[in-house]
Ligand binder design. Structure first.
Ligand code: CP
Length: 300
């Protein structure tokens, strides 16, 4: 692994190795050393968790970072191309973490520069480091990744996290339920990939009947910023709202995950239930991102 661009490029062996490494880092069994190395955090799109957890991960590994949040104070505003920006940054940094609104931008970056590139989200396409921290969170809460029943609900078309996570989990014999408003369903190419791998999945509208069967419910935000027409967003924004009442018949091991940010798809009352795991999930992101940097930079 030189780059991390898409979960499609990551083997089951790579996944298991990263999960093991993240656990060892969390448990302080290994101490990878990034001192003397500089990570460039290029966020062309807004971010809280991915940006700051990567920054935290770099600093916890003893490395240093510099950041871009939006393009307003950069030469992108003067018309510099993405290729020229990337080539320039690669003269300074030892690796690049990049979020961009265009699908394929991270792949383009990896083909443009000769330092490692980590995809921190490219449009509606992929968010592989999120998928890896989601797997880490699922493994921590369930003790295994194998044979789990997992519902993904919300915006499954425009939300990139579920694309990467469905591909990653497909290595572990899951049973999926997909629930989304019409027009925001899981893309056909992902469903085709799952079918080709023999993965069981069902698209449902009503989530109430499936609740007692689930190990994990992965809730996502409707991606307002990716709608061309605001009225279309208004029509679907409250399609699924998780409340404590919805969770009354869930299994004991059930956990509720969300990549965050949330808008109103999980009420704050749910935060107090034993099922809410989304803030611990965000914390797990630091350990997993330390592991990803460690592997790509060959630190151990
Ligand atoms: N989960 C996630 O990608 O959050 P941010 O957009 O805040 O980075």
């Amino acid at each position: 692994m030189k780059n991390l661009i898409s979960m499609r490029d990551v083997s089951k062996e790579d996944i298991l190795e990263l999960l093991d490494l993240a656990a060892k880092i969390e448990n302080k069994e290994v101490h990878p050393d990034l001192s003397g190395k500089l990570g460039a955090l290029l966020f062309f799109e807004p971010s809280t968790r991915t940006h700051f957890s990567f920054d935290t991960a770099i600093k916890k590994l003893g490395g240093q970072s510099f950041s871009m949040s939006g393009t307003s104070s950069t030469s992108v505003k003067k018309g510099e191309t993405l290729a020229d920006t990337l080539m320039t940054i690669s003269q300074y940094a030892d690796f690049i973490v990049m979020r961009h609104k265009i699908e394929g931008a991270a792949r383009f970056a990896a083909e443009t520069v000769d330092i490692p590139v980590i995809n921190a989200g490219d449009g509606t396409n992929q968010h592989p480091t999120q998928a890896m921290l989601d797997l880490y969170s699922i493994k921590k809460t369930q003790g295994t990744l194998e044979n789990l029943t997992i519902a993904m609900i919300g915006d499954l078309r425009l939300g990139r996290t579920v694309h990467s996570l469905a591909q990653a989990l497909s290595e572990f014999n899951p049973t999926f339920y997909f629930a989304s408003p019409r027009h925001l369903q899981m893309p056909q190419y992902i469903k085709d990939e799952l079918t080709a791998k023999g993965v069981r999945f069902e698209e449902v509208e009503d989530i109430h009947p499936i609740m007692p069967h689930l190990d994990i419910m992965y809730v996502t935000r409707i991606q307002k910023e990716r709608f061309a027409v605001l009225e279309d967003y208004e029509k679907v924004k409250d399609a699924y709202i998780v409340t404590p009442e919805l969770l009354e018949e869930v299994k004991e091991n059930f956990k509720l995950l969300h990549p965050l940010p949330r808008v109103n798809e999980i009420t704050t009352e749910v935060d107090k239930t034993p099922y809410a795991y989304y803030f611990q999930q965000a914390k797990n992101g630091v350990f997993m991102r330390q592991a990803i940097i460690t592997k790509l930079m060959n630190l151990i």
